[in-house]
Write a protein that binds this ligand. Structure first.
Ligand code: SAM
Length: 277
């Protein structure tokens, strides 16, 4: 019988966020697949855990995924961790999880912190509906296509960004969407945690002056759907006149224009008559 792959969320800064169940999962597995084994060793040492480590990252994921699945199929239990946060969320793991499902290997999860969700919760922007966008591509064309596709997106948007690319990302967002409210959640759970509610234009100005440092999540307000400009009585009177030209009486034309515009028949009638005087 196959063993189980357990996804274990790890702290995004503060080691006290590592749950007792996460420690238990690491203690009881046969081996740990980790994005960067040196980073994970720090965590394991802190909790006094000694387990065989296997590296699993973007550039070895094909061959390592096969190897990990073979071990699981032989009955071993594995834990998958990344450098910080939830495995498989803008991190290696997505493909391994899919491969396990394909091969009917059980997958379970010990949830932990996720930078995007923590930032969304603390942002003060609407959380009822949101879209997770991860990192923008560094390729100029796909980056522009991604931003253009989100111009009318009404849901709150969650982005990850590295500090050295933050300013150009904010500039590109401002150029693509115009000014918007946003929350910059920096260094969450760490000593220099900062939650800044601002706008794209103010943020651009701020980071042109002082280059950003630390890890950031960007929570951006969705587009406000454009409201049609409300119709005036004059618009309704013009509509009524077009009905009169088609042969309706003033009264019937005003009634139909009222039905179509939601304005009062009496007001439309008066406007039509006054226009004729
Ligand atoms: N899998 C992780 C998760 O569940 O949050 C995300 C990994 S992704 C490779 C790393 C990005 O997450 C960083 O570039 C930054 O945008 C964000 N991030 C990670 N830790 C953070 C923190 N403490 N504060 C703010 N953002 C953080």
């Amino acid at each position: 019988m196959s063993g189980t792959l357990t996804l274990v969320g790890t702290p995004i800064g503060n080691l006290s966020d590592f749950s007792p169940r996460a420690v238990e999962a690491l203690q009881s597995c046969d081996f740990i697949a980790a994005e960067d084994t040196r980073v994970s060793l720090t965590l394991l040492n802190h909790f006094g855990i000694r387990k065989p480590l296997v590296s699993y990252f973007e550039h070895n994921k094909r061959e390592r995924g096969e190897m990990i699945c073979r071990k699981l199929e032989a009955g071993e239990n594995a834990v998958l961790v990344t450098d910080a946060g939830m495995p498989a969320i803008s991190d290696p793991g997505e493909d391994l999880v899919a491969l396990c499902h394909e091969r009917h290997i059980p997958v379970t999860v010990v949830p932990g912190p996720c930078a995007g969700i923590a930032a969304l919760a603390v942002s003060g922007l609407p959380t009822g509906r949101f879209t997770f966008e991860g990192f923008l591509s560094i390729n100029r064309r796909s980056r522009k296509e991604h931003l253009d596709a989100l111009k009318q997106e009404p849901r709150t948007m969650v982005f990850y960004e590295a500090p050295h690319k933050l300013l150009s990302t904010l500039e590109d967002m401002l150029a693509a969407w115009g000014d918007r409210s946003l929350c910059l959640a920096r260094e969450l759970t760490k000593l220099h945690e900062e939650v800044l509610r601002t706008t794209l234009s103010e943020a651009v100005e701020r980071y042109r002056e002082t280059p950003p440092r630390g890890e950031f999540v960007l929570i951006i307000a969705g587009a406000v759907p454009e409201q049609p400009t409300p119709l005036t009585v004059d618009d309704a009177a013009a509509l009524a006149r077009s009905f009169i030209k088609e042969g309706l009486s003033v009264s019937d034309a005003a009634r139909r224009a009222a039905a179509e515009t939601g304005l009062k028949k009496g007001d439309i009638y008066r406007a039509v008559i006054q226009g004729e005087e």
